[in-house]
Design a protein around this ligand. Structure first.
Ligand SMILES: Nc1nc2c(ncn2[C@@H]2O[C@H](COP(=O)(O)OP(=O)(O)OP(=O)(O)O)[C@@H](O)[C@H]2O)c(=O)[nH]1
Length: 323
């Protein structure tokens, strides 16, 4: 059976950031999309449904055709169950949104879709959306997990901006942008946002879409340094393919677990096409993309969002890759 895979959006954000509020909006708005939402109560050790007084998986089809799925089992089981119900015609949905618990790192949820089995054929990870509570960000961002949630994001949504003054929102946006320079930041008011901003992001596709968000606006120097930060490398000179491979291999070997997200569009010496790559932790892919146009300024850009990356060492390693 060959069907288009179901796009999956992972929604994350620290405790009380407004995930449920946003999901409620997604599930109730008349957007004409058939969404299935997994509200997770899952944990590594499955909890006895009896104890919780509820079924391990509860499914509810809503008036607008969306499906709400509360689970108390491992995510994979719920994903297979949704497929079964879809295939048997018992349920209809064309997209899936998964809510992560506030204290969870979104990486294991994202990695579920890279596992290489049936799940990867039937589902495709579209993007990671991170909600940040503008009123409590200062406190939340002291936690490395809250910083990691921002680092993994393809889109950052600022909630509760109604509770803080504009300059504080601007300062927070700057800080978030230093942590993650790739993810555009949107304001979400009590869960209200155009779904088009959140869907079809194609954050994990191999493409040349890399423009770091701050290309749009300069960042002020940081007053304090966050643990998770973005490192952008540029080269105006073509890169040597062999040295590039060695550089990437070494980087992954030594810092793979600290590389939350990374993406690159590269000019390789003697090659008319651009090389694109992207990855999450140690999992990455690369491919040859379209040729550079005749009149186009050729330039390599790599963006790494990492946890305490040794910047000077990485910059020196990259400088040696130029042909
Ligand atoms: N003022 C204000 N309150 C908001 C906004 N968004 C959400 N809230 C409130 O913040 C509280 C927490 O929101 P939830 O949606 O439950 O947050 P959550 O991320 O699902 O919380 P956990 O599941 O506990 O991690 C609720 O009382 C919401 O009504 C907003 O934009 N402005």
């Amino acid at each position: 059976m060959s069907q288009a895979p179901i796009p999956v959006t992972v929604l994350t954000g620290f405790l009380g950031a407004g995930k449920t509020t946003l999901l409620r909006h997604m599930l109730q708005a008349e957007h004409g999309l058939k969404l299935a939402v997994i509200e997770n109560e899952f944990s590594e050790t499955p909890i006895d449904g009896q104890l919780l007084g509820s079924e391990p998986v509860e499914l509810l089809t809503l008036a607008n055709g969306c499906v709400c799925c509360s689970i108390h089992v491992e995510l994979e089981k719920a994903l297979y169950l949704l497929l079964d119900k879809l295939d048997s015609g018992e349920l209809a949905f064309e997209r899936l949104v998964i809510e992560c618990t506030g204290l969870a790192d979104p990486a294991p949820v994202a990695q579920t879709f890279f596992a290489g089995d049936e799940l990867c054929e039937r589902y495709v990870l579209d993007g990671i959306i991170t909600l940040v509570d503008a009123a409590n960000a200062e406190r939340h961002l002291q936690e490395s997990i809250a910083q990691a949630q921002v680092g993994f994001a393809d889109r950052i949504l600022l909630s509760k901006t109604d509770l803080v003054e504009a300059p504080a929102v601007e300062a927070l946006s700057q800080r978030l942008q230093r942590i993650n320079r790739r993810a555009p930041i949107h304001i979400v008011e009590h869960g209200r946002i155009e779904l088009a901003e959140l869907l079809d992001i194609r954050g994990f596709n191999l493409n040349a879409d890399i423009a770091p968000a701050p290309a749009l606006r300069p960042l002020l120097p940081a007053t304090s340094k966050d643990r998770i930060a973005t490192l952008v490398l540029h080269s105006e000179r073509p890169l040597d393919m062999q040295r590039l491979s060695a550089f990437m291999e070494d980087l992954l070997e030594r810092h793979g677990n600290a590389l939350l997200r990374y993406k690159g569009v590269l000019e390789v010496a003697g090659e008319p096409r651009r090389l694109v790559f992207q990855g999450v932790l140690r999992l990455y892919g690369f491919d040859w993309d379209a040729e550079w146009a005749e009149d186009e300024a050729r330039r390599s850009v790599l963006v790494f969002i990492g946890d305490n990356l040794p910047e000077a060492e990485i910059r020196a390693g990259f400088a040696a890759v130029q042909a």
